[in-house]
Design a protein around this ligand. Structure first.
Ligand code: ATP
Length: 354
């Protein structure tokens, strides 16, 4: 069942449309990431869901309750939403316990109950015992945990997180992402999370919605978008792409300058179609070979892997290998068997017209 349904919404600033007929579904207990370049409308969508921005067309439904539609809008405080911001937005003059209690005080008068809930949520975010510290006495990661505890205390059904990890030290970031993801899953909370960073998006979300100028280009599981992008825009946004000119020989074979390449799934293009084969750096194999079809141009040792640039039949390919190759100049380039992603010229032309 859907935790959030956004149907055909439009939002604008000073009459200039930013979201124009956008639709998106988030399932219960699902974490959806809005990923995209700066200015493409991610925060605008969060604000519309939170009720902080007027929606000029379309409907928004949160857990079966319509909050926008038919000219009506539910006020933000009645949407049962928790919000987390990049800059934590804590009250500097309140201690941690007072910050966390803040949202609950307007709904609950029983002080003992509030104190008990504060303790519970501080324990959930691993801040037990730090209730009497002030925000300036905490690290960035700890301040973000306070912001999360403050949102959790009101038991929201939906959490909106706007670049929550971008001010956090890289070393702490991946650990915090893992912890918060587990916490949201344990508490059964659905979430929408905004980021520029594909690494954060991959690590935190169940699904990705990749934005492009106020539209969603593709939505799906992170691995699906990475491995089977529907457009070169999605392919290039999510990682390094090599494009090899190719012609469809039959439904399972492409003819390329590297040689014929077999696909593990049927290709969605007619024999004879021309286009480009997408190859990720890990989908290309290099084997040392004196008469090999490739020439190593450059290698960079990057710790966990080595980035290698290879010239092969006039193409420059970026390949990711585990260890640097010894000082050899020739290699045999081959493609790891997989379900090929082929962008036919015809389909690209259709998209450009649409
Ligand atoms: N209050 C505002 N008044 C006028 N224009 C705005 C306002 N807020 C945002 N915009 C414009 O709307 C567009 C979308 O902005 P939005 O903040 O949603 O983008 P974003 O994808 O979240 O970007 P970022 O990743 O940089 O935060 C941008 O062109 C931005 O300049």
């Amino acid at each position: 069942m859907a935790a959030l349904t956004i149907h055909d919404i439009c939002c604008s600033y000073n009459g200039k449309p930013v979201l124009d007929g956008l639709s998106l579904n988030v399932e219960r207990n699902e974490i959806m990431c809005l990923l995209g370049a700066s200015g493409c409308g991610k925060t605008t969508l969060l604000k519309a869901v939170a009720g902080l921005l007027p929606v000029t067309q379309g409907e928004i439904t949160i857990n079966d309750q319509q909050v926008n539609g038919g000219g009506q809008a539910t006020v933000p405080e009645q949407r049962n939403i928790g919000m987390i911001f990049q800059d934590y937005a804590l009250f500097p003059h309140l201690d941690v316990a007072q910050n966390v209690a803040f949202g609950l005080q307007s709904k609950e008068s029983n002080k003992a109950l509030i104190q008990r809930r504060v303790k519970e949520v501080l324990a959930l975010v691993n801040l037990a015992g730090l209730g009497d510290r002030y925000p300036h006495q905490l690290s960035g990661g700890q301040q973000q945990r306070v912001a999360i505890a403050r949102a959790l205390i009101c038991q929201p059904q939906l959490m909106l997180l706007d670049e929550p990890f971008s001010n956090i030290d890289t070393q702490v970031r991946m650990r915090l992402i893992g912890e918060i993801r587990t916490l949201l899953k344990e508490q059964g909370i659905s979430a929408i999370f905004v980021t520029h960073s594909k690494e954060e998006a991959f690590a935190f979300s169940d699904k990705l919605a990749l934005f492009r100028e106020g539209q969603i280009e593709q939505v799906g599981r992170p691995q699906t978008l990475y491995q089977h992008p529907q457009t070169p825009f999605v392919a290039d946004f999510l990682g390094q792409s090599n494009y090899v000119p190719a012609t469809v020989h039959n439904r399972h074979t492409l003819v390329t300058p590297i040689g014929p390449i077999e696909s593990q799934v049927e290709l969605d293009a007619e024999p004879g179609s021309e286009g480009r084969l997408l190859l990720r750096p890990r989908q290309i194999q290099l084997t040392e070979h004196e008469q090999g079809n490739g020439r190593v141009l450059e290698q960079q040792f990057l710790g966990a892997h080595t980035r290698c640039l290879v010239e092969c039949h006039g193409l420059t390919l970026e390949v990711s290998i585990n260890e640097p190759l010894p000082a050899v100049s020739r290699v045999q380039v081959s493609v790891t068997p997989h379900a090929l992603t082929f962008f036919s010229e015809q389909a690209q032309r259709r998209q450009a017209v649409a």
